[in-house]
Design a protein around this ligand. Sequence first.
Ligand SMILES: *Cc1c(COP(=O)(O)O)cnc(C)c1O
Length: 527
Amino acid sequence: MSMNSQGRQTRPTDDPATTHSLETVSGSRGLLQREDLIFEIGSVDKTGVDLTEPVGNRSRIGDVKRQGRIGLPGLSEPEAVRHYVRLSQRNYAIDLGLFPLGSCTMKHNPRLNEKVVRLPGFANIHPLQPQATIQGALQLIDELADWLCKLTNMPAVAMSPKAGAHGELCGMLAIRAALEARGEADKRKRVLVPSSAHGTNPATAAQCGFTVHEIKASPDGRVDLEDLKTKIGSGDDVAGIMLTNPNTCGLFERDIVEIAELIHEAGGYFYCDGANFNAIVGRVRPGDLGIDAMHINLHKTFSTPHGGGGPGAGPTVLSEALAPFAPVPFIVKGDDGYRLVEHSGEGQAAESLGRMCAFHGQMGMFVRALSYMMSHGADGLKQVAEDAVLNANYLLARLKDDMSPAFDGYCMHEALFSDAFLKGSDLGTLDIAKGLIDEGYHPMTVYFPLVVHGAMLIEPTETESKAELDRFADALGSVARRAKAGDASLATAPHLAPIQRLDETQAARAPRLKWTPQDDDARQAAE
Ligand SMILES: *Cc1c(COP(=O)(O)O)cnc(C)c1O
């Protein structure tokens, strides 16, 4: 029996009636309510509003008028609210606990950001409003751009890309435009990408019409310089390199300056994937390392809620060589205030690659990111990187005896383990991840990066306290020890979650996304 420091019981005894095998009449488990599909709890005959049928309005939509009933379920307002709250309780959230996903930087989102972003002057404006009426918003974007340029020591930044991958597209399109301007776009077609790269890197290069050539990893998890030199070859067909730093093994590419020199000598450009900027913000300026373009995932490094497909923002800093090709619109400051340069091919945008999206980017993300930066200050941002690296190394040290660190030595902001400690066992990385759910944690990133067998990538971020890191390490360490001891129950974990183990291949390949009505009446209505 577990007790707290005042001698009160904190965990049930081993009485079988209190274990997970207990069936309840309601289907609920404790305070976690059972919840069916909205189609099953609502009814097409029911409505949540009490409005009289409109009369005297002639339809102006002619023969596109709906013929039958739409078949949507009706619920009262409290039923609808409960439905979504109950569903939300089945989800894991950063406000609920540590989110160990590596390469995602899931950190606490300060409430101050949310307060600032809801100020009417930011929240209630429209992108088509006359620019004279949104000078404050334009100033905010310009100030954020200035912070990004200073933090990276880069001369220019494209603000409009809407996610990391979109920023990669922006940077690679700028590289293509620069090669076109040099008259070398036809012969420089090869882009070099390390084997540990995030999938978006090769995908982006291919999308821009380049061919992707993989660079091997060295035994210590970094770019193999000799292989890089071989892959560059004579160099006159190389467009550039796409490299993540710190890389997706959570390691700093210590040869990065030499890598930049090799690429530039060959006449290519250096794209840096900045998704892991959290580990070096305030400590290292990518512009000092010789990079030409780098996206910054505002929704990772500078907080702002993400995951589950939430909005992102991927401003992309550009070197002097690439700055002329930056996308429109961009902001210029004149005597009469701020102005958006909207059209490529003219004036300051003579060589612009064009537009990345309809408007200027993700305003809400801009406000949150600047609020985050200003509330931390220069010293606070530096501490973010230091604490993130410290926390990851603490987890690495706490777990190194129970699991197998993928590489020797210290890591940056994420700790990477392989499944070597499970050699000879029937259990694997997936079982560890599922076992962690029973302990109340979202699993870490698994099977990525591909260069490490059965990879488990853990990024605690700077926002976790030592107590929370200990709680997590206790949980994961115990799952790892159970797996090493051959605890077969892990093969069917999770046991305590609302949904047990899914056939994930089936779920991905043959998802059932459509609800089909059961009774004839409802079916007719839906058809
Ligand atoms: C998250 C991530 C990306 C993609 O960023 P999105 O904002 O999700 O598009 C690219 N590279 C790395 C290394 C990442 O971690």
